[in-house]
Design a protein around this ligand. Structure first.
Ligand SMILES: Cc1cn([C@H]2C[C@H](O)[C@@H](COP(=O)(O)OP(=O)(O)O[C@H]3O[C@@H](C)C(=O)[C@@H](O)[C@H]3O)O2)c(=O)[nH]c1=O
Length: 192
């Protein structure tokens, strides 16, 4: 396993090795014991998948609040995405900062996003499929979001805003500065 820690503390990129031969390749894409020992001691309880038909489709920025905050392990099965995280841990030195990683089936790279980050992505190619494991069940009551185009965060999306496609729900999300404080995470007590 190739493992890289990213510029935001807690975010980890993982590239599982592939054993190639004349048929193609074989790869162990997730191993519970290895993940617990090397990345985070968490239990994944649900696997999700989404397809976005058009390039320039943005989903996010999403997170769930405690006690159902989710860690997410994201990979891209088809197409190509720019995956984005924003640190929303109050008290974190990198609060409000974002980073991105390109994920595609070509590299097989995965991104581990612990609780305490908002997550989103934009598809760079049409028909992009992402698959992600989560550590807590989906709960609409605990679901929250931040506007993907919040100017104070300033994510460098690779498309003009006018060419991006989003859900109606994502068009109404508040800015980070307007999130009620009781949705806050503590940097000292990460919610894994
Ligand atoms: C996320 C989710 C959605 N749904 C339903 C609710 C709704 O009817 C439909 C589509 O939901 P959404 O529009 O919220 O899907 P989407 O915008 O793809 O939401 C996802 O975005 C990315 C960026 C994340 O990080 C994920 O955690 C998740 O929030 O699927 C579930 O049943 N289970 C789930 O776990």
């Amino acid at each position: 396993m190739h493992i890289e820690t990213a510029a935001l503390e807690g975010i980890v990129a993982i590239t599982p090795p592939r054993f190639g031969d004349h048929r193609g390749y074989f790869s162990e894409v997730f191993k519970d014991a290895w993940f617990r020992e090397n990345v985070a001691d968490v239990t994944f309880i649900q696997d999700n998948e989404s397809l976005s038909a058009q390039a320039g489709t943005v989903r996010g920025l999403h997170f769930q609040i405690p006690p159902l905050a989710q860690g997410k392990l994201v990979r891209c099965l088809a197409g190509r995405i720019m995956d984005v995280v924003v640190d929303i841990r109050v008290g974190s030195p990198s609060y409000g900062k974002w980073l991105s990683q390109e994920l595609s089936p070509e590299t097989g790279k995965q991104l581990w996003i612990p609780a305490g980050f908002a997550h989103g992505f934009v598809t760079i190619e049409p028909n992009s499929v992402i698959s992600y494991k989560v550590t807590a069940p989906y709960s609409p009551q605990h679901e929250r979001g931040i506007a993907w185009n919040d100017p104070a965060i300033g994510i460098g999306w690779p498309f003009d805003e006018r060419d991006m496609v989003s859900s109606d729900k994502d068009k109404t999300l508040p800015r980070l500065a307007d999130l009620p404080s009781h949705f806050s995470y503590s940097a000292q007590q990460p919610q894994d």
